[in-house]
Design a protein around this ligand. Structure first.
Ligand SMILES: [Zn+2]
Length: 253
């Protein structure tokens, strides 16, 4: 068996971290984990694995000339500037709907990307056009298999506290993206749902493309460390939830 040890620091990193108005970002991504998005013409950064998966979907669909990245990783200063400019240009109501307050934006994780359909004319930076048809919809469907979710769907505004944003995609990692999409739940709801599957209890089991996944949750209190054991030679992923614990995902045969 392989032994894994977790501490409070692990709560705040990983693909599943929940960042929203009640869960501010606790640690900014390290510079060396951010890379340039390989399509489009502007210089946009994303966390390395998120960028790799995004580029794979774009290449698979051959849509690098039809879809353009508009906004990826933002520093605290950049989010602050966007927020202030939006307040100044569009007012409080609009800004509260579409722009997260600094430290509470997913863009500060490096795991979120805004995309636009490429068209003549200028692209709206805050609300890019990304329709539910054509290549954009094909991207939306396919990207689920590569770890992405549409993060702010219509009808869930009371949960996400962000208006419907068809253009904003969040990397949460596979198979969580598929599970969230199949269940029709937001990251807020999924974070709660996974807590029903603790390490010492029934685990969440899922099967996708012939592969079995086992997922469980480990609550952690601050300054607490915990050790668990998982089988040897099994690929696994770890992620904090940015709230109170860590999620372990085992990729079985
Ligand atoms: Zn966005």
């Amino acid at each position: 068996m392989k032994r894994l040890e977790f501490g409070a620091v692990d709560i705040h990193k990983g693909n599943l971290i929940l960042v929203n108005p009640t869960h501010p970002l606790k640690r900014e991504p390290a510079d060396e984990t951010l890379v340039s998005v390989r399509f489009g013409t502007t210089h946009i950064l994303l966390e390395r694995q998120a960028e790799k998966m995004l580029s794979e979907v774009i290449a698979l669909l051959g849509c690098g000339h039809q879809i353009v990245p508009v906004s990826g990783y933002r520093t605290m200063d950049e989010q602050q500037t966007i927020y202030e400019n939006s307040l100044h240009d569009y007012g409080k109501d609009f800004t509260q709907k579409y722009v997260a307050i600094p430290r509470c934006s997913e863009h500060q994780t490096g795991l979120a990307i805004d995309l636009a359909e490429k068209k003549e004319g200028c692209i709206d930076f805050i609300r890019p056009n990304f329709p539910y048809s054509g290549i954009c919809q094909r991207f939306r469907k396919k990207s689920t298999q590569y770890g992405f979710i549409e993060r702010y769907p219509a009808g869930q505004e009371h949960i996400t506290h962000i208006a419907h944003e068809p253009w904003h995609f969040r990397y949460v990692g596979y198979p969580h993206s598929a599970l969230m999409t199949d269940k029709g739940v937001t990251l807020e709801e999924y974070t709660e749902y996974i807590k029903q599957f603790p390490y010492h209890g029934d685990h969440l089991r899922a099967k996708y493309n012939g592969r079995d996944f086992t997922i469980f949750y480990i609550p952690l209190q601050s300054k607490q460390t915990r050790q668990i054991e998982i089988p040897d030679n099994i690929p696994f992923q770890l992620s904090g939830n940015n709230e109170d614990g860590v999620v372990v995902t085992l990729w079985e045969d």
